[in-house]
Design a protein around this ligand. Structure first.
Ligand code: M6R
Length: 609
């Protein structure tokens, strides 16, 4: 989705904006632009396509200045074009606006402003903001932006500059993320702290309906009634290098390899001994609250939804609480019945996914207690939840989520184990084994990574095929679904994640030599049934790659190829079992020459419904 970077200070604003925008490329975009104020005049450059195009334009038509705003656009209203790309300007061309979000009442505002003589150059919703501020401007830019925000419906993170205010940068937000970066003699705005981490490790995470009036020397935060707002400084907990590739060909590859270390970090201070209770700071639930639970609803999107399915399975199977896993985008349409004693668990890497945020509000309004499992600290979903457990994965930049998934799963394993212990539903020795199993996950993840070359060799056999079926049962069904999602989003191979039990009810019709099946057949309760499914596919001449547990002597005789995982209890197999599937998808996509970190049409953080 769109990315914003703004700068004010003694450096060259376009250069900072361009470098900052490069760190937001992972969000997905189709056009880009930068505006600056220099010598009392506003100047703008915009292009369709990648930031390289913008950089090339800036070489032929240079832009310099001490205050500027930059933007990468992911088209919602109007196709990718120079006119539709941001920044958008007022009629007089004296003020520029960049925007992330959706203005829901843009049509009516547009008609009204047109009637008042404003001329529009684009099809975007954003352009109304520039004209609205222009209309409301009476010499004080902050007041004009504030007044405009009152008239806007929908979501926005804004950056605004005006040629009559060469030492002023304005940032404002409602529902779309925006941080204000704190520098010395310079300050920043950005839609993501990773964009400006190179220059500062301190930010204000501004809240909904709040604004920053920012000069090179200071930052003032206000609400929309112009009341001063106090926000604590947030110290970015990861180094600037965390947002770099660190020698890997792609961020995705780096992030896959970061998993063991990130998992150890995630367990630290929470699960340190099988003989001690699990401590989940931020959960904000007493033992009585946990004992009083009647139902747990998981809601999330994409990869996080798959983690929610694992969580839901564990919550019911191990913690013995009735549970369901929902697609956040579908939840509201169902008008869900929320009974007393319901806990809603929202899972999200970014903490900004619009569908998940809407589901959160729906569930909260209906009386559910809301806990979120989040990566990005202080994000919108985290802030609106009654409790939040951070997965502590560090920045995830590859659009295809990898380390966030396995850390979400690990966190949910701890949560389910904690609930089971507090509710007294599992014998002490079973709980102890579960905790030992969870504590072993980082080492097992490292073992899976050590076998990367074997997985790569399997990928080399299949990367030219066009269709794949991923099958799993029980707790391994989400593993199959997530494996298929990973393959399709980065390699564009059509892949379906399916219940192996359901296969006979339809998908088996697809089986033929040109469709390969990845069967998650790790040891456990459903292993024999999975072997039966593999045989059914082989009987129809479908090639099969099995994901199997070390020491399984039977499976190599059944499947064409095997990817191996270390032995572990089935209930905690989901995080480790995912790693060979991540590596498989990665190498298939790499062999196909795909744009792995920024797959076509995808955005890292989907801030529109
Ligand atoms: O930031 P979130 O975890 O809420 O994002 C949810 C999905 O958009 C995300 O997992 C998406 O499916 C990824 N591209 C998967 O790799």
């Amino acid at each position: 989705m769109c990315g914003i970077v703004g700068y004010i200070g003694d450096k060259d604003a376009p250069l900072i904006c361009l470098q900052g925008l490069r760190r937001l490329e992972y969000r997905g975009y189709d056009s880009a632009g930068i505006s600056v104020v220099v010598d009392g005049l506003l100047d703008t450059r915009k292009v369709v396509g990648k930031l390289d195009n913008l950089e090339a334009l800036l070489q032929t038509e240079p832009l310099h200045g001490p205050v500027g705003i930059g933007h990468t656009r992911w088209a919602t209203h109007g196709k990718p074009s120079v006119d539709n790309s941001h920044p958008h300007l007022s009629c007089a061309g004296d003020l520029a606006v960049v925007h992330n979000g959706i203005i829901e009442n843009y049509s009516e505002l547009r008609e009204q402003l047109r009637g008042e003589g404003h001329e529009f150059r684009s099809q975007t919703d954003t352009e109304v903001i520039a004209h609205l501020i222009e209309k409301l401007y009476q010499g004080n830019l902050g007041d004009a932006v504030r007044a405009a925000c009152h008239e806007l419906r929908g979501s926005f993170a804004l950056g605004v500059i005006h040629q009559s205010h060469p030492d002023l940068l304005i940032g404002a937000r409602r529902f779309s993320p925006l941080v204000v970066g704190i520098g010395k003699g310079e300050n920043f705005i950005a839609s993501d702290m990773g964009a400006i981490r190179k220059w500062t490790d301190q930010v204000y995470v501004i809240g909904d309906d709040e604004m920053g009036e920012i000069t090179s020397q200071g930052i003032e935060l206000f609400d929309l009634e112009k009341q001063p707002v106090h926000r604590e400084i947030f110290n970015i907990p990861w180094p600037a290098e965390a947002a770099e590739k660190g020698g890997h060909k792609h961020f995705m590859h780096k992030e896959i390899h970061e998993q063991p270390a990130a998992m150890r970090e995630c367990l630290l201070g929470r699960l340190s001994s099988p003989d001690k209770p699990i401590v989940l700071e931020g959960l904000n639930m007493t033992d009585d609250d946990i004992r009083g639970l009647k139902k747990v609803i998981f809601a999330a999107c994409g990869t996080a939804y798959h983690a929610g399915l694992v969580g839901s399975f564990l919550m019911e199977n191990f913690a013995r609480i009735p549970s369901e896993g929902d697609l956040a985008a579908e939840l509201r349409a169902r008008n869900p019945v929320v009974l007393e004693g319901t806990l809603a668990i929202l899972v999200s890497q970014s903490g900004e996914t619009a569908d998940t945020l809407v589901a959160l509000r729906e569930l909260k309004e209906k009386g559910a207690r809301v806990v979120s499992v989040i990566n990005v600290v202080d994000s919108s979903i985290a802030r609106e939840s009654d409790g939040v457990v951070y997965i502590q994965a560090g920045p995830e930049i590859g659009v295809a989520s990898t380390k966030a998934y396995t850390l979400q799963v690990l966190t949910l394993q701890m949560l389910a184990c904690h609930f089971a212990e507090v509710r007294g539903v599992q014998p002490p020795e079973v709980l102890r084994d579960m905790k030992i199993g969870i504590m072993n996950v980082p080492e097992q993840a490292a073992e899976c990574l050590a076998r990367e070359d074997d997985v790569k060799a399997v990928a080399a056999k299949y990367y030219q095929l066009h269709n794949a079926l991923y099958l799993g049962r029980g707790i391994s069904l989400p593993t199959a679904m997530e494996g298929a999602l990973k393959l399709k989003e980065i390699s564009y191979i059509h892949a379906e994640g399916y219940s192996a039990g359901e296969m006979k009810h339809g998908p088996i019709a697809l089986v033929e030599p040109a469709l390969f099946t990845v069967a998650v057949a790790v040891q456990g309760d459903v292993y024999e049934k999975m072997v039966g499914n593999i045989q059914e596919i082989k009987a129809r001449e479908g090639p099969v790659i099995a994901l199997a547990t070390d020491g399984d002597e039977y499976i190599p005789g059944e499947a064409d190829d095997v990817m191996w995982v270390p032995a572990c209890p089935e209930l905690i197999s989901a995080a480790t079992a995912q790693i060979p599937l991540q590596l498989f998808a990665y190498h298939v996509a790499d062999m196909k020459g795909c744009h792995i970190d920024q797959p076509r049409n995808l955005a890292k953080t989907v801030t529109v419904e």
